[in-house]
Design a protein around this ligand. Structure first.
Ligand code: FES
Ligand SMILES: [Fe+2]
Length: 362
């Protein structure tokens, strides 16, 4: 599936960057092939506009914020939060041309991040119950670009069969490759998958797991939120420590995504510091990234195309594919992939009303 070619994906919220990144001025972001500029308006809430000035196309993200509005760095045309040009400094006494504006998009702050939906959202941002709960601390972990697709990241995160290999230098048990089975429940937001996984617990992980058992367990209550969010709901039963990760695999363009990851822990900084937890998960995340960047980002969601073979433990990835296919079908879309993208474009051009092409070329 080529994410930029499926319009329905524009109708979901995605986490783009921590709000704090906007403290020192506007920032660019490419979401589903669309260039955005993000900034904080006067009340501190985020704004998203197309990153292209309507005067001479300069990127607005190269400009600056003044009184909560964005000023183009080229000639100073100034835009309000709706995208309307409100000031042309060179001719303050003349009327601003009708239609002088840039497209605007929905933006909001949630869980400390800027979230953007390019078109009317089908669902709200998922509810993550640990946020703000007494006893839990929130730790921003990662905000990094991966050269793969969100579907690859999502299926990997529910794949109990890769631990023994990808994470063999870490918590994986190479001698025990048979994955723990999931108890599986489909939900209105996606699904929940519960399991108990044995892991190696080397001394370097004792403060993370809260136990010194050489082999310990993770009780996982993982959740998938259509299309590209997930919860890694981990409790170490031996210690009662929760290590609950949320991810948004934000689609930037085909073959590029942003891994957004933050963590909730129910222990204290003295028991395991923020930096220890970042370092611990960084090693694991790097292992996943390394192998996922070695896969084909154009992951097939229509399994009738038979592009890949499957095994029993691939069930979560197959349910993700089915739910994505159902989403496309419900919105009149077929899966667009490298094998049909040119064909579909040619069909669309043929179906376009006569004169459309001449009109656009004029
Ligand atoms: S290009 Fe933006 S003001 Fe001229
Ligand atoms: Fe992994």
């Amino acid at each position: 599936m080529l994410v930029t070619q499926q319009p329905v994906l524009r109708r979901f919220w995605y986490a783009l960057m921590p709000m704090a990144h906007l403290d020192d001025g506007p920032k660019p972001f490419r979401l589903l092939g669309t260039d955005l500029v993000l900034w904080k308006q006067a009340d501190g809430s985020p704004v998203a506009l197309a990153d292209r000035c309507c005067h001479r196309t300069a990127k607005l993200s190269r400009g600056f914020v003044e009184n909560g509005q964005i000023v183009c760095g080229y000639h100073g045309w100034t835009y309000d939060c709706s995208g309307a040009c409100v000031r042309i400094p060179q001719q303050p006494d003349l009327q601003i041309p009708a239609g002088a504006r840039v497209p605007s998009y929905r933006a909001q702050e949630k869980y400390g991040y800027v979230w953007v939906a390019l078109e009317d959202p089908l669902r709200p941002i998922p509810h993550f119950p640990e946020d703000g709960q007494p006893g839990y601390r929130r730790i921003f972990q990662f905000h990094e670009e991966w050269k793969t697709s969100p579907l690859r990241m999502m299926e990997n995160s529910f794949d109990n069969a890769h631990f023994s290999y990808v994470h063999k230098a870490n918590f994986g048990i190479l001698e025990n490759p048979k994955p723990a089975p999931y108890e599986f429940r489909e939900t209105d937001y996606g699904f929940e998958a519960e399991t108990l996984v044995p892991i190696r617990n080397p001394p370097s992980g004792h403060r993370v797991t809260g136990t010194t058992e050489p082999i310990t367990h993770r009780h996982l209550v993982n959740r998938y939120y259509l299309p590209f969010c997930r919860r890694f709901g981990c409790r170490y039963p031996a210690s009662g420590v929760d290590h609950i990760i949320y991810n948004c695999a934000t689609p930037m363009e085909d073959g590029r995504m942003l891994l957004v990851q933050w963590l909730y822990r129910n222990d204290t900084e003295a028991q395991c510091s923020r930096q220890e937890l970042i370092d611990w998960d960084a090693a694991i995340t790097a292992e996943d990234r390394d192998i996922l960047e070695a896969t084909d980002f154009d992951a097939c969601i229509d399994t009738t195309r038979r592009m890949e073979f499957h095994m029993t433990s691939d069930k979560p990835g197959l349910v993700i594919r089915r739910q994505l296919m159902d989403l496309l079908t419900a919105h009149g879309e077929v899966e667009v992939h490298r094998g049909n993208v040119g064909l579909l474009a040619a069909q669309a051009a043929q179906a376009a009303p006569a004169g459309a092409a001449a009109g656009s070329a004029a």
